[in-house]
Structures are given as C-alpha cells and as structure tokens.
Design a protein around this ligand. Structure first.
Ligand SMILES: [Cu+2]
Length: 190
C-alpha cells in the first residue's frame, strides 16, 4: 500500500513539472540572408506578406500528411524530441481508407524517457493516459483506444499499423506515465 502511494507520487512528478513549465517558444523564424536596403522606402505590403508566408511555413513543419503507398498503406514518421516529453509533430493527417503505418523513433538518451504512440478518440487522451499510469504506460483496451504501439526505450524505433479509422478527428498521445499532458497531437482522417 505504502509502496503504491510512493509510486504514484513519483509518477505524478513529471505532470507537476509540466504544469509549471512555460509554453513552448514559437519556432525561430528562418534566418534570411541580409538584404540590401533599397534606396527608396520599401513598400510595407510585400514585407508583411513575406512574414506571413514564413509564419505559415514554420507552422507547416509541425504537421505531416501521409502519401498513400501503392499497397494502400499510408506511412507517417514521428520522433520524440531529445530527452523532452515531446513529439516533433503536433498533427498527423491521412486519407480515409486503407491502412496507416506510423513509425515512432525515440530520440532520447535518458534511460527514463520511454515513449509510445496511441491513437484515441478525440477528447480522451487524458482519460486514457491516466488509465495507463497503473500499467506502466500500457493503454487500456477500451473503445477509446483505436491503436497503440509498444513502448520504445531510448534510441529505439517502434511501428504501429492499423486500419484507417473513418474520416474525422482523433488524437495521438504518449501514454508512458506522466507524458500524456504534453505528448499529444491531432490525428486527422480526411
Ligand atoms: Cu512519452
């Protein structure tokens, strides 16, 4: 009993840390070669449009859309970020039909930093994540869980293949204890 209480305390530590952490900084704008200033005053409009386009490009880097393969398997690749509780993508998108194959690379070097990827119904990532605390990250087999990869240790790669769910919005989440609050994103079927 006492041991369980201690384990729960330890597991909740990363969560507490998450809550305190500041939001991720926006991605740094791409370095642009210094432009020579024209003698005439530059027109404001094109510069503004350029900045907007750059912002959209930076945003697009968070997303990945699968290219359908000939055999109907849409492949997606996602990674964890260093020793952080973070994926490198916030959105995964596929087309309805066929299958989806997701490859997750755990880029961590810290022994404690294990990850998985679980596809869940929209709005259930917290519920599923909480349920997986007592099972060391293995998600429950409930109707909320559409597909779940194995847990990848640091430096390891896992793959997850499943029938593409019906068109709609879902979530992907890491259910390794304490990670679900930060490690999640949108899984969209068009
Ligand atoms: Cu994780």
């Amino acid at each position: 009993m006492k041991r369980t209480a201690i384990a729960l305390m330890i597991l909740s530590l990363p969560l507490l840390a998450c809550n305190k952490s500041t939001p991720e900084p926006a991605p740094a704008p791409k370095a642009e070669p210094a432009k020579e200033k024209p003698a005439e005053a530059p027109k404001a409009a094109p510069a503004a449009e350029e900045a907007k386009a750059e912002g959209e490009a930076a945003k697009a880097e968070d997303k990945q859309a699968a290219a359908p393969a000939a055999d109907g398997v849409q492949e997606l690749a996602i990674e964890s970020v260093g020793n952080e509780m973070a994926y490198n993508l916030k959105e995964l998108k596929v087309k309805a039909g066929g299958k989806v194959k997701i490859t997750l690379v755990n880029k961590a070097t810290s022994e404690a930093m294990k990850h998985n990827i679980v596809i869940v119904k929209k709005g259930t990532s917290m519920k599923v994540g909480q349920a997986a605390i007592s099972t060391m990250g293995v998600p429950p087999k409930t109707a909320d869980v559409l597909a779940a990869s194995d847990i990848a240790g640091p430096g390891k790669t896992v793959t997850l293949e499943f029938a593409t769910p019906p068109a709609g919005e879902y979530e992907f989440v890491c259910t390794f204890p304490g990670h679900f609050a930060m490690m999640k994103g949108a899984f969209i079927v068009e």
